[in-house]
Design a protein around this ligand. Structure first.
Ligand code: SF4
Length: 319
């Protein structure tokens, strides 16, 4: 039986809830922390050293198959991100656990686990959830306004992240008002609860974009949660898009991103699913961004949809 991992910066009782064998042994109740895909991650950390070394070498060949691409992007902060829809990434938290099938081949996990047990590496503890308070002020030092993807290597609303730490992240985002922050989560109900606690009946400021990641129709409940969130600027990322999302009305959403999965296990995306979402956005005058078709590498199949790129961004009012 796997030994629960220690999570740096997180109380042991919380850490054991996240990767405890008892939780992982209950696939009948999938959900946060019990999703069966987490077993796979716990095995990654037990790769023999030779496999790690080979994996390390191979990973170089797939560097571009991650969403971000470079070691610098993941190890500290990325002043210039390779993600098409952002300028920089900021990771005051790293590490996560899987919650739905959109997480199955999580690029962040794949990257972080390659460095488990590498002494001194920022991902020495692999993809175990870790708070990084020393990074909280980073955006304040970036004087030039930019779009910043918050926690490209984690999920800010993971239940092991204390609200007090999320408060510190929001304090920085509010203070650094000259940037646009892009916060994306699969833990949409926790995001709703947190925003209500922080803002009451008011809304988060427009420069803090709050979004949900949705992979298929089964998980459209996250859009229901997003609609009820105390946020001024709301967005959806349909990436990796793994199936049709069905009927939905994007009214009230500022921005929609769509992308196919990339990496060695990339699952198929259908042009029909993308066009359906794009057309709904056009009808509702919602900004639409098509990131990629995916494949072994993000750029394997390009990012043209019906012979053109779609690179729209939200038009903010009152920012
Ligand atoms: S929620 Fe995001 S960061 Fe966490 S495991 Fe899933 S895909 Fe990876």
């Amino acid at each position: 039986m796997a030994k629960p991992r220690r999570m740096a910066g997180v109380a042991p009782s919380v850490a054991s809830r996240v990767c405890a064998p008892a939780a992982l042994a209950n696939p009948a109740r999938p959900g946060p922390d019990t999703y069966p895909g987490n077993r796979r991650r716990c095995r990654i950390g037990r790769e023999p050293l030779l496999e790690k070394v080979v994996g390390f070498a191979l990973f170089g060949a797939f560097t571009d198959s991650t969403d971000n691409g470079s070691t610098k992007e993941h190890t500290d902060m990325a002043d210039k991100s390779k993600i098409e829809w952002t300028d920089s990434t900021w990771n005051p938290v790293t590490g996560c656990t899987k919650t739905t099938r959109g997480c199955d081949y999580c690029y962040a996990e794949r990257f972080a686990e390659r460095f488990r047990d590498v002494p001194g590496h920022p991902f020495e503890s692999g993809f175990d959830l870790k708070l990084r308070p020393e990074r909280l002020d980073q955006p304040l030092s970036w004087r030039k306004p930019r779009r910043i993807f918050v926690n490209s290597m984690s999920d800010l609303f993971h239940k092991a992240v204390p609200f007090s730490f999320i408060d510190s992240v929001f304090d920085t985002m509010e203070a650094a008002h000259w940037h646009e922050f892009q916060v994306l989560t699969k833990r949409s109900s926790l995001m709703v609860r947190y925003l209500r606690r922080r803002y009451g009946a008011a809304l988060a400021p427009p420069h803090i974009w709050l979004g949900v990641s949705i992979e298929d129709a089964v998980n459209m409940v996250r859009l229901v949660h997003l609609r009820s969130a105390q946020a001024s600027t709301k967005f959806i990322s349909f990436e990796p898009l793994l199936g049709p999302v069905g009927e939905f009305d994007p009214q009230g959403i500022a921005w929609v991103i769509v992308g196919g999965e990339s990496g060695p296990h990339a699952r198929r995306i259908s042009e029909d699913w993308v066009i359906d979402i794009r057309d709904r956005c056009l009808d509702a005058h919602v900004a639409f961004f098509f990131k990629q078709w995916g494949g072994l590498r993000p750029k394997s199949a390009g990012r043209l949809l019906q012979d053109r790129e779609w690179n729209e961004y939200p038009q903010l009012t009152g920012a």
